[in-house]
Design a protein around this ligand. Sequence first.
Ligand SMILES: *[C@@H]1O[C@H](CO)[C@@H](O)[C@H](O)[C@H]1NC(C)=O
Ligand SMILES: *[C@@H]1O[C@H](CO)[C@@H](O)[C@H](O)[C@H]1NC(C)=O
Ligand SMILES: *[C@@H]1O[C@H](CO)[C@@H](O)[C@H](O)[C@H]1NC(C)=O
Length: 476
Amino acid sequence: MEHHTPPLLLMLLLSTASSSFQPALVIEMAKILSENYCFPENLFGMQEAIQQAINRGEIQQISDRKTLASVLTNRVQGALNDPRLTVSYEPNTVPVMPQMLPSLPTEQLIRLVRNSVKLDILDNNVGYLRMDRIFGEETAAKLGSLLRDDIWDKVANTSSLILDLRYSTAGDMSGVSFIISYFSDPEPLIHVETVYDRQSNITKELWTMPSIKGERYGKKKDLIVLTSKRTMGAAEAVAYALKNLKRAITVGERSAGGSVKVEKIRIPQSAFYITVPVARSVSPITGHSWEVSGVPPTINANAKEAVAKAKSLLAVRGAIPNVVQSIADIIERFYAFTDRVPALLEHLKTTDFSTVVSEEDLVVTLNQDLQTLSEDPRLIIKYMPDNADTVEEGDPALDDVPEDYESLEALVDSTIKVEILTNNTGYLRVDKFFKLSDGTKLETIVAKKCGSPSKILKTWLLICAITLVDHLPLSL
Ligand SMILES: *[C@@H]1O[C@H](CO)[C@@H](O)[C@H](O)[C@H]1NC(C)=O
Ligand SMILES: *[C@@H]1O[C@H](CO)[C@@H](O)[C@H](O)[C@H]1NC(C)=O
Ligand SMILES: *[C@@H]1O[C@H](CO)[C@@H](O)[C@H](O)[C@H]1NC(C)=O
């Protein structure tokens, strides 16, 4: 096996007393961090801490290189509170430069695209687009119109889309802007993410594009993004932005929590490597990032069941326009406070249903909006999946009065209460009104219950407690 360390140097390192190479190693490591670590502000005070550790002789005592690597890892992670920083001892590693995608021959690039992107049109013109890699600007430029003709233009014709990023583990951040643009309107432009690259010391803002080649999907049609615990990198940036812009509902598992860019850098003159995140990202929408912590889904589902879940979600969401229209019709035709109707209808038209994921959700959203606006707690929408056929016609609050005397008496007992309180104050509570009937039975019972109608009228003061039974339930 080939050693990348010059043999002479290696021999020198091995032969030196084990107490002398560590300080140099640690100082080199600190230098790499200060030139590459994406949170340079967190390195403040590091040099002093290292010098102190060296002076105390702590590191010099560790002669086993693997042990030293793990001790350094613990120290660095602890000091900077970043689990991505690791130090390793790899005497047999031959460093390889990762091959950049755009330098692949076009033929190979096309094969890669065909292998990593799959589009199906499901029932009801639902698009299913699985992307295992987010292609960057350079690749897109190199492939010309291939991506547009084969994928984006076909997707644009679907009625709703499931974007499957469950297997997307690689990609290029420069492709994020395009995808978010495709699912947005040309205006207003949206600031998607800010990426700081430590090595170039450049901060770059990712924005949506004012114009893209081909047709946009726009932001009206439903979009479900699937994620799994393997979803990583640029795909996480896509899911995070679409979710937080409320452009997509994400379904599946919390994503991996990768990084914009991590590099494994060899510590000079040694077989030690330090893995360093060299760029960082922050979302202007949340002030946070998908890095390390990942993207939690809107709806949790086992990755295996995510497609089925997405389909049922699209079915629910597909029903929203009809439900809202029916409610608008009912309000327009039946709501008694006609002066409030125009505002209610306008409100229904402008309500944001983008985050509704279930019938229950829809009912909550509708009720909040309707009731705030009408200031009428009786204007209520209910979802009754099991009783859909048993909705009664007419006004259920005004029951017919039972025929037989006993049930009539029981009904009166349970709905009317009469009392004379202290100081001759009358208390009359009525929970229900009855349809007027011509028979005298009802009057007799009420008279009997009140003693005699005149008894309560002779009180000094009458408290009437009338419980209004909610009536007029609208049902979907
Ligand atoms: C999309 O639909 C339009 C009109 O329905 C049609 O002209 C166009 O060819 C379709 N594009 C694709 C890529 O299927
Ligand atoms: C990075 O750039 C900023 C200005 O954009 C400058 O103030 C700062 O000193 C630079 N930092 C390094 C380490 O070069
Ligand atoms: C009852 O009424 C009398 C006279 O109206 C009044 O003086 C007295 O304070 C009242 N008592 C109570 C408990 O309300």
